[in-house]
Design a protein around this ligand. Structure first.
Ligand SMILES: Nc1ncnc2c1ncn2[C@@H]1O[C@H](COP(=O)(O)OP(=O)(O)OP(=O)(O)O)[C@@H](O)[C@H]1O
Length: 295
């Protein structure tokens, strides 16, 4: 493995009596897109907050861009950009004004601010709307502006906490493109997401956490292969999913599986066989999701 942008060993964090992160290990290679998946309350935001020095760890070693988040906090801060779940832009200003202001606050001269603002507006496809007040923007435009603001000074590691939550499909895909372009420039992108397809499409490596523990790490392909080679789906006449079962895909295994299922479910269910999806991985790996889906 090449250089690591993020290295976490034995990270523990508790809030009061609640253990939120319970021995997390992560190794994020530089220049990759790394997705952190997990059900609500799994500890994803807490982990991003620790990696970005907003919250201190209780135990363990956490290094970002080669610096320790506790003893070298300022160097970590200088190496990262962070975009949170809620867009931190000023509504009454235009995109151009927002960007210029942040450029100036970051220490750029007036001329440098003008040039960087123009560059970012173009990069994030906001030139046409540059002089409109942000309060007139769509969710996707605001999110693009938010990420643009976090990239005013170029930093090697970018944290995105649920970057596409609430966005429509087109806006989501345009953000994926931007994230891929950032990766092509050598930036390490560490993101959390609720969308399994997002992790599947975008991430080089995915870590699934549940209840403060890492339950799996790997490429989307590796994680899917843990679920099985094929998935048998049973649906009723309304197309509601009644049951999914993994199988090797061989005739023998499919026949045996269907024979076993025949005694447990109505005979008129429709059967289809497909490749495992990230949803199957998530359901198989995260107990809370499994309990929820069964309740
Ligand atoms: N400052 C805090 N004080 C007390 N408890 C906290 C604090 N921050 C988070 N928690 C608790 O820690 C747990 C993990 O929260 P966290 O926000 O990290 O999860 P998450 O995986 O990001 O969830 P979501 O997907 O809902 O954002 C939750 O039970 C939450 O209530």
């Amino acid at each position: 493995m090449g250089e690591l942008a993020i290295e976490v060993k034995g990270l523990r964090k508790r809030f009061g009596a609640q253990i939120v992160l319970d021995g997390i290990d992560l190794a994020v290679p530089a220049g990759t897109v790394y997705a952190l998946l997990g059900p609500n309350g799994a500890g994803k935001t807490t982990l991003i907050h620790i990696l970005s020095t907003l919250v201190a760890p209780d135990e363990g070693s956490v290094r970002v861009a080669g610096y320790d988040v506790v003893s070298d906090k300022n160097m970590v801060k200088r190496s990262i950009s962070l975009t949170g779940q809620f867009a931190a832009v000023d509504d009454v200003l235009t995109a151009e004004e927002n960007l210029r202001m942040i450029c100036r606050l970051s220490g750029l001269t007036s001329a440098e601010s003008r040039a960087r603002t123009e560059e970012l507006l173009h990069y994030f496809d906001l030139d046409a709307a540059a002089k409109k007040r942000v309060k007139t923007y769509s969710g996707g435009m605001r999110r693009r502006l938010d990420i643009a603001i976090s990239l005013v000074t170029s930093r090697p590691v970018l944290f995105l906490d649920e970057p596409t939550t609430g966005l429509d499909t087109i806006s989501r895909r345009s953000l994926w493109e931007i994230i891929n372009r950032l990766k092509d420039q050598g930036i390490t992108v560490f993101l959390t997401t609720q969308y399994l397809e997002e992790a599947d499409q975008l991430a080089d490596i995915i870590t699934v956490i549940d209840d403060g523990h890492v339950v799996a790490t790997g490429t989307a392909k590796e994680l899917k292969s843990r679920v099985g080679d094929e998935v048998i789906e049973l649906r009723n006449g309304n197309d509601d999913l009644i049951r999914t079962v993994s199988t090797t895909g061989s005739m023998l295994d499919i026949r045996q599986t269907l024979n076993e299922l025949a005694s447990m479910v109505p005979q008129d269910l429709r059967v289809s066989i497909r490749k495992p999806s990230m949803d199957d991985v998530f359901l198989a790996l995260t107990t809370k999701e499994m309990e929820r889906s069964l309740s």
